[in-house]
Design a protein around this ligand. Structure first.
Ligand SMILES: Cc1cc2ncn([C@H]3O[C@H](COP(=O)(O)O)[C@@H](O)[C@H]3O)c2cc1C
Ligand SMILES: O=C(O)c1cccnc1
Length: 362
C-alpha cells in the first residue's frame, strides 16, 4: 500500500511534464508558406530583410497565423539561491539574490529599465531564494531555500527539479491565458553560472574549462576553483547525460529548472520564447533535451561574454542577433531583441506590396 501511494506521488509531476511535451507541436508549415509568400510580394528584393524575414516566417509557424499581430510581452525572471556558493565560486555574496529581488520589485534593476523601454512586463518569481520574501508583487513559488552544495551532495531531489519545471510550465500557461504573446527568459541567482556550466558540461560533453566563465567577475584563482568545483560535483553526483531532469536535479539550479519549464510551457501554448544569455540558454538546452520539438519555438537574442554561451548556442544551433559585450543575465539581452521581433511583424503587416505601390518587379 505504501508503495502504491509513493508511486502515485511520483507520477503526478511526471504526468504534467509529459502532458506538456505531448502538446508541443511542429511549426505550422502552411502559415510559414503564407508568410513567405507575403514577404516576397513586398517592395524589396526577395530576402533582403534577412533575419527579420526569417523571424517573420518563424513567428507565423509558431503562432499558426501569418497575420503577425503586435505581441504583449513578459520577461519572466526566476530567482533562486545556490548552495555551491560555499565553494567561493562567485565574486558576490549570496544575499545579493534576495536584495536584487527587492530591486526588481522596486523597478530599479537593469531589466526593469530595459523592459520599460520595450513595453514589456517583468514577472519576478521566487522559485528558491534563501530567506523570506514577502511582497504582493512577487510570484512566490519557493520549492526550497536554495539548492544544496552540489560539490557535497545532489543540488536537489528529482521531485524538486520536477516541481520547479512544473512551476515554469504553469507560469507560461497563466501568462498565456492573460494575453501574453511573447515570452523572454530571465534569472537572478548568485553563483548560478557554476551550475549552468556544470549542466552544459554534462549535456554537451565538454570539459569544465570550456563551459566556465568569469560570471560576476571572479579572478583567475576563482576560475580554477570554479572548474574544480564543477568537475568534483559531476564526479560525485554522476548525472545521467541522457536524462536532462537528472542533470538539472544533481548539478543544476531551481531557476534553471523553472526556466526549462517556462520554455516547455511557452512552446506547448504556441508562444515564442526569447532566450537571454548563458544561463538562460543552458536552461533552454535542458528543455530541448526534455522535448526536442521545443527548439523551433526559441528565438535567440544576444551573445553573452560568458565563455560557455557559444558552446550552448552551438549545441542548440542558434545564432544570436546581437553582440553587445553584455554579461548580466536577468533577461537583459532578451528584452533588447524585442524591437527586432516587433520589426519582423511590422514589416509583414505594414509594408506596401509591388502591386499596391505600383513598383515594378525585377
Ligand atoms: C548586483 C548583481 C546583479 C545581477 N543581475 C544578474 N546577475 C547575474 O550574476 C549572477 C551569476 O554570476 P555568478 O555565478 O558569478 O554569481 C546571477 O545572479 C546572474 O543573474 C547579477 C549579479 C550581481 C552581483
Ligand atoms: O550571460 C549570462 O546569462 C550571464 C553572464 C554572467 C553573469 N550572469 C549572467
Amino acid at each position: 500500500m505504501a508503495n502504491i501511494t509513493n508511486k502515485h506521488k511520483e507520477r503526478i509531476p511526471l504526468l504534467k511534464i509529459e502532458q506538456t511535451i505531448r502538446r508541443i507541436l511542429p511549426l505550422d508549415e502552411e502559415a510559414m508558406r503564407e508568410a513567405a509568400r507575403r514577404l516576397d510580394r513586398l517592395t524589396k528584393p526577395p530576402g533582403s530583410l534577412g533575419r527579420l524575414e526569417e523571424l517573420a516566417v518563424q513567428l507565423a509557424g509558431i503562432t499558426g497565423d501569418a497575420d503577425l499581430k503586435p505581441m504583449a510581452k513578459a520577461i519572466v525572471v526566476m530567482a533562486a539561491d545556490h548552495g555551491v556558493c560555499e565553494e567561493g565560486v562567485s565574486a558576490f555574496p549570496q544575499e545579493v539574490t534576495r536584495q536584487m529581488v527587492h530591486n526588481f520589485l522596486a523597478g530599479g534593476a537593469a531589466i526593469n529599465v530595459l523592459a520599460r523601454q520595450t513595453g514589456a512586463e517583468v514577472v519576478c518569481v521566487d522559485i528558491g531564494v534563501k530567506g523570506e520574501l514577502e511582497d504582493d508583487r512577487l510570484i512566490s513559488r519557493k520549492v526550497r531555500q536554495g539548492t544544496a552544495n552540489m560539490a557535497r551532495e545532489a543540488a536537489m531531489s528529482r521531485e524538486e527539479a520536477e516541481r520547479a519545471i512544473e512551476i515554469g510550465i504553469e507560469l507560461a500557461e497563466i501568462l498565456a491565458g492573460k494575453g501574453i504573446r511573447l515570452f523572454a527568459t530571465g534569472e537572478m541567482g548568485i553563483g548560478n553560472t557554476t551550475p549552468s556550466a556544470a549542466v552544459l558540461s554534462v549535456l554537451s560533453d565538454v570539459d569544465a574549462e570550456d563551459a566556465v566563465g568569469r560570471g560576476t567577475g571572479i579572478d583567475d584563482a576563482g576560475m580554477k576553483r570554479k572548474q574544480a568545483t564543477i568537475r568534483k560535483a559531476i564526479a560525485l553526483n554522476v548525472p545521467d547525460a541522457s536524462d536532462a531532469i537528472d542533470v538539472l536535479a544533481k548539478v543544476g539550479g531551481l531557476e534553471l529548472a523553472g526556466l526549462a519549464g517556462l520554455v516547455l510551457g511557452a512552446a506547448a501554448n504556441r508562444r515564442p520564447v526569447v532566450i537571454d544569455g548563458f544561463i538562460s540558454t543552458v536552461a533552454a538546452l535542458a528543455a530541448c533535451r526534455i522535448a526536442p520539438a521545443a527548439k523551433e519555438y526559441l528565438i535567440p537574442s544576444h551573445l553573452s561574454e560568458e565563455k560557455g554561451h557559444r558552446v550552448a548556442l552551438k549545441e542548440l544551433g542558434l545564432e544570436p542577433m546581437l553582440s553587445l559585450k553584455m554579461r548580466l543575465g536577468e533577461g537583459s539581452g532578451a528584452v533588447l531583441a524585442f524591437p527586432l521581433i516587433d520589426a519582423a511583424g511590422n514589416v509583414l503587416r505594414e509594408m506596401a506590396t509591388f502591386d499596391s505601390a505600383g513598383v515594378s518587379r525585377g
